[in-house]
Unconditional design. Structure first.
Ligand SMILES: Cc1cc2nc3c(=O)[nH]c(=O)nc-3n(C[C@H](O)[C@H](O)[C@H](O)COP(=O)(O)O)c2cc1C
Length: 168
């Protein structure tokens, strides 16, 4: 398998709308030596507080949320189209019910304490800066509230600094 190389964020190629919204990503965290990951297709990349950041949103029911909450860092992994089935699996089964990493055959590597997957083409190592649960009172577009949160399971928004980009 090709080796990862650290790349400057400014030199990163790719369109975030496609990478996140269409190709999807794995959000991966570690808690007490255990790693869990879930598929995400909502989020973004941008600039906040003078830092290059990513935005991800995680519902309270996701097992991965416990892992992201437990550590200072997490990773985002972008895999090619041949992993679509794997991404569907990570997005429909919970790590509470199955050892998804073992079942998928993905290989966990670490950058310091942050887990990520060897099979990814691109990995963003992220350091949490801010987390806030969406507040129903703050919806200007009431339709989004009704459409996406009939069970009131509001996402927590995480804003995290991208401290490293590893690319093959
Ligand atoms: C394409 C796709 C995108 C998803 N995007 C998100 C997301 O952005 N945020 C979220 O909380 N859940 C999202 N999910 C749902 C989680 O991936 C799913 O509930 C997963 O089984 C959670 O696993 P876990 O309990 O092991 O954390 C998505 C699922 C799919 C299939």
């Amino acid at each position: 398998m090709p080796e990862f190389k650290e790349v400057e964020l400014m030199k990163l190629e790719g369109n975030p709308f496609t990478m996140i919204g269409k190709d999807w990503m794995l959000v991966t965290g570690e808690k007490e030596g255990k790693v869990n990951a879930m598929t995400a297709s909502w989020g973004g990349m941008g600039v906040m507080w003078g830092k290059n950041v990513t935005f991800v949103v995680i519902r309270p029911t996701r097992y991965t949320k416990e892992f992201v909450d437990a550590a200072d860092t997490f990773s985002l992994a972008f895999l090619d189209e041949s992993y679509r089935k794997t991404l569907n699996y990570f997005g429909t089964v919970s790590g509470r019910d199955e050892d998804k990493i073992k079942a998928s055959g993905l290989t966990v590597l670490h950058d310091g304490k942050t887990p990520y997957f060897e099979e990814a083409d691109l990995v963003l190592v992220c350091r949490k800066l801010y987390a806030q649960k969406y507040d129903p009172d703050c919806f200007i577009d009431r339709e989004s509230d009704g459409k996406w949160y009939p069970e009131k399971d509001y996402h927590t928004l995480y804003i995290a600094e991208i401290t490293k980009a590893l690319q093959k």
